[in-house]
Ligand binder design. Structure first.
Ligand code: COA
Length: 312
């Protein structure tokens, strides 16, 4: 049985169209100053009508596969996190598998809203460590702007589209050290898209408070349970929803700003795509070194939450 799982590459894709805070000022009663101060967001990307979450995922997946150096046909499974599937069924994962022309693999979607990518990594790790597959393609992809009410200033300024991917491989050495996921459905109405409305509805300040509390505790426990001092943590790559949430969590674990990857200013909240997008942006710049200790953590509708601690 394989003992460990390693992240061997990452890839990402952003749609071309940039939507700035300034442009949003002409749509709703808001200002660049308000959005920047409350969220850290300056701009986000918006997919055009012809692009679906599968198209975004395809570009990110191709990028990750190319950088991994493996043959795409070595991929045993595709775990795809999204809450904006192209179709109700077949799954976005299966549509991606078809577009990539991968035959000998199984694929399925995971919907844990903004925590989806961490859930997908947790599942991929378990399949790899059971010996069932050697390589997994893990993708987060969202056309989340398709769920926005562009007249609601409480939500329309916060989100953006994009996709990120990783290739995971069986390994003799760690790799992923710990993986934790959780959920509590009693918060179902604080952040939701109801099937009859089809728009994001959110109680922003309640989500904010619960996110900071939950993620603060999760980050602390993830480090403590694995005997990793905060000075041994090289990088935190958090879900990118709001810069104030990210900095509040970093404060709880005494992590300096220089060790945190922040991309929310350019991407907005891209839901399940946010962590792999942030990771790949930093990774492409050569920021992560082999052996670095990195923590990913996410929080989303449900509520759902999760963390991954690994050596790169
Ligand atoms: N522009 C200008 N004013 C806005 C606005 C906008 N885009 N959106 C909301 N406001 C107003 C509100 O209407 C409210 O006005 P009022 O006091 O007259 O009623 C005021 O700003 C304060 O609203 P509040 O919700 O208390 O602000 P906040 O400091 O909590 O910031 C969020 C709002 C949404 C930025 C913040 O709550 C947040 O980030 N929440 C978490 C969101 C999140 O992470 N969601 C995804 C989780 S995965």
């Amino acid at each position: 049985m394989t003992k460990f799982t390693k992240i061997i590459s990452s890839g990402s894709y952003l749609p071309k169209k940039v939507l700035t805070n300034k442009e949003l000022e002409s749509r709703v009663d808001t200002s660049d100053e308000w959005i920047t101060e409350r969220t850290g967001i300056k701009e986000r990307r918006v997919a055009d009508d012809s692009e679906t979450s599968v198209d975004l995922a395809y570009n990110a997946a191709i990028d990750a596969i190319k950088k991994s150096g493996i043959n795409k046909n070595d991929i045993g499974a595709i775990f795809l996190a999204t809450c904006t599937p192209e179709r109700k069924f077949p799954s976005t994962a299966v549509l991606l598998q078809n577009k990539l022309d991968i035959k000998d693999a199984f694929s399925f979607d995971i919907n844990a809203a903004c925590t989806g990518f961490v859930y997908a990594l947790d599942i991929a790790k378990k399949y790899i460590e059971s010996g069932q597959i050697k390589y997994a393609l893990v993708v987060g992809t969202e056309k989340i702007t398709s769920l926005l009410d562009w007249t609601d200033r409480n939500t329309c300024v916060l989100f953006g589209d994009g996709s990120g991917a990783m290739i995971l491989a069986a390994s003799e050495k760690p790799g992923i050290i710990s993986s934790t996921i959780g959920s509590d459905g009693s918060y179902k109405d604080l952040l939701t898209v109801n099937t009859d409305l089809e728009y994001i509805e959110m109680k922003g300040s309640d989500v904010f408070k619960t996110a900071v509390n939950t993620l603060g505790k999760l980050a602390k426990h993830t480090l403590e349970d694995n005997n990793v001092g905060n000075d041994e943590l090289d990088w935190l790559v958090p879900h990118q929803a709001n810069e104030r949430i990210i900095l509040a969590i970093a404060k709880k674990i005494n992590l300096p700003r220089e060790k945190i990857i922040i991309t929310v200013n350019k991407h907005g909240n891209t839901s399940a795509a946010s962590i792999p997008l942030a990771f790949d942006e930093a990774n492409s710049k050569g920021i992560f070194k082999q052996g670095d200790m990195i923590m990913l953590e996410a929080f989303g509708a449900g509520f759902t939450w999760g963390s991954i601690l690994f050596r790169y």
